[in-house]
Design a protein around this ligand. Structure first.
Ligand code: ARG
Length: 562
């Protein structure tokens, strides 16, 4: 629809004698809430001032004079100009989807540009809990949206792989278990030993000192502690990868915080050179009062570096290594201040790319409804959430479709997809509450409903077999509705990327599914005698193509049968 909008806008700009810019007009073209009004609407209030006429008169005047290929009708209603798009135009949409296949909806806005995305980034040896769902799936969806828009993307898992938690685990291993036990340990054992440390340290606070000392040894490069640290990382990564596999996520780099240990001094020196550093109560800080923010902490009293120090060094490293045009960080909104602070410091350091750093925050996720088992007290592990969803899906499949092949694989795709879809349906900033039963319902606005619609398209096409058809015909409003919905895909992608908002795609998927299911109910694709209405079969194929791309943009898999 983008091209047609552009054409309409150019024509209207001409009619208005250049009163408003064509790009401005294109941006203000809306989809009317009520389809009987037309397919597109232009509010004419903007023109009134410059043209010195009422919006009502302007709309009328435009309606009389406008002629654009693809527009069947332009009608003035109050201060709005409503356009009805021609059947030929929509026929072209379906053809275009079929022609372009998986490239349909892509754009080249990011051609030749690099986008670095820092997401998921769990803290090693601490539980990978539901708080990480947001960063993991929003981050990956943004990566896919950028790739879809022509960017070269680098996905970085900025692991929290350095810090006192390692000292705690080492201390607890020595005291309450054994270092050798690590050789057969899994993530649960790590979390258990971490929990054990905290329990014991409650009783005996001197353990905290001991843990700090162990970490300090690590910082000094103590071979034994470094070897333990490496094992802990390996155990954690193996576990995370299981979750990433379920989601179909791979990272280009796992350079975590530890990687930047030797890259901070250069930046600290630069800050000093630029006169940005002051000492406050023994700590080294950058004062940000002028910008209405608390100071950014660079060095602790004991000279050790901090979270922002590592982030600054990492940003410089990434700029040098990848020469990014955009570097995105996806974290909970609890870290918004942290990012605002160190982005500002990067700017003050004189790096002219500071404005290319983008923080994408998201709200808090809580869990209502079904109680989920957790092995770690009050946090809910992401893996447990997925496992529960997968189990429930499997039992639904066993009940409804016991002969299905690849039941386990399908249950994984649908169970994980249900969780992700439910989560990505809401705007990212809002806090949300997770309800397993709602997420898994097959007839709500859910992942299973969307995936099921995709599978239905596949099974129809399996029956109709390979076909070709030159002429797409529209015999009903249901067919038009599909073409209209599919025509919006390219814009949806652009909007989602601009707002860094995967929910734009999720909601669109529901529009496609709804349009399709109405069409499927009302229109015969195959006659009783087996003759296929090829035009309709083509619409099924086009729908399947768009659903496949769109679902993949929000990290959902597309099983052919459910
Ligand atoms: N490890 C951090 C956490 O779990 C998130 C890291 C985000 N990325 C960054 N470059 N700071 O809270």
């Amino acid at each position: 629809m983008t091209e047609l909008k552009k054409k309409i806008a150019e024509e209207v700009a001409k009619l208005s004698g250049g009163a408003v810019d064509a790009s401005d007009i294109a941006a203000s073209l809306e989809y009317p809430p009520d389809a009987t009004l037309g397919d597109l609407a232009l509010p004419c209030f903007k023109f009134a001032k410059v043209m010195r006429k009422s919006p009502v008169m302007i709309a009328k005047d435009f309606a009389e004079r406008l002629s654009v290929a693809g527009v069947a009708k332009a009608v003035a209603t109050g201060g709005y100009l409503n356009f009805t798009i021609s059947g030929e135009y929509y026929a072209e949409v379906v053809k275009k989807v079929l022609e372009k296949g998986e490239d349909y909806g892509k754009n080249e806005d990011g051609k030749g540009k690099v986008c670095v995305l820092d997401y998921s980034s769990p803290n090693v040896a601490k539980p990978f809990h539901i708080g990480h769902l947001g960063t993991t799936v929003i981050g990956h969806s943004l990566k896919k949206l950028h790739e879809f828009s022509g960017y070269t993307c680098v996905g970085i898992n900025h692991l929290g792989d350095w810090g006192t938690q390692f000292g705690k685990i080492i201390c607890a291993l020595r005291r309450f278990s054994s270092v050798e036990s690590l050789d057969t340990a899994g993530i649960d054992d790590l979390v258990a030993i971490y929990v054990k440390f905290h329990e014991e340290a409650e009783k005996d606070p001197s353990l905290n000192e001991e843990a700090r000392a162990e970490f300090h040894k690590m910082e000094l490069g103590d071979a034994e502690n470094i070897a333990i640290w490496k094992k802990i990382i390996a155990i954690s990564l193996a576990e995370y990868k299981k979750t990433y596999d379920l989601l179909g996520i791979e990272f280009d780099s796992y350079n975590g915080e530890a990687f930047y240990t030797d890259k901070m001094q250069e930046q600290i020196d630069l800050m000093r050179e630029k006169g940005l550093l002051t000492i406050d109560d023994g700590a080294t800080i950058v004062n940000l009062e002028e910008y209405g923010m608390p100071p950014c902490l660079i060095l602790k009293r004991d000279g050790s570096t901090l979270y922002p120090t590592r982030d600054i060094a990492a940003a410089v490293y990434r700029k040098r290594t990848y020469d990014f045009d955009k570097c995105i960080y996806v974290t909970s909104s609890g870290q918004s201040l942290h990012f605002a602070q160190w982005f500002k410091v990067v700017e003050m350091m004189g790096y002219d790319w500071a404005d290319k750093l983008v923080h994408v925050p998201y709200g808090t996720l809580s869990i209502g409804g079904a109680k989920l088992a957790t092995r770690t007290g009050n946090v809910i592990l992401l893996r447990d959430l997925f496992d529960t969803a997968i189990d429930k899906c499997l039992s639904v499949i066993n009940e409804k479709n016991p002969d299905l092949e690849n039941k386990e694989e399908t249950a994984k795709a649908v169970g994980v997809g249900a969780v992700v879809f439910y989560y990505l349906l809401n705007g990212r900033i809002k806090d949300s509450d997770f309800n397993m039963d709602d997420a898994l319902s097959f007839d709500g606005n859910t992942g299973p409903y969307a995936q099921y619609t995709y599978a239905r398209c596949s099974s129809i096409l399996e029956k109709t077999g390979e076909l070709s058809c030159d002429a797409i015909r529209y015999d009903s409003p249901y067919e038009f509705a599909i073409a209209k919905t599919l025509s919006r895909f390219g814009e949806v992608v652009k909007n989602a990327l601009r707002e860094h908002e995967p929910s734009v795609v999720t909601r669109y998927i529901l529009d496609v599914a709804t349009a399709f299911n109405k069409f499927y109910q009302e229109c015969r694709i195959m006659e009783k005698d087996g003759t296929v209405n090829t035009s309709r079969a083509m619409m099924v194929k086009a729908t399947r193509t768009v659903l496949s791309s769109a679902l993949s943009l929000i990290c959902l898999k597309t099983p052919e049968k459910i």
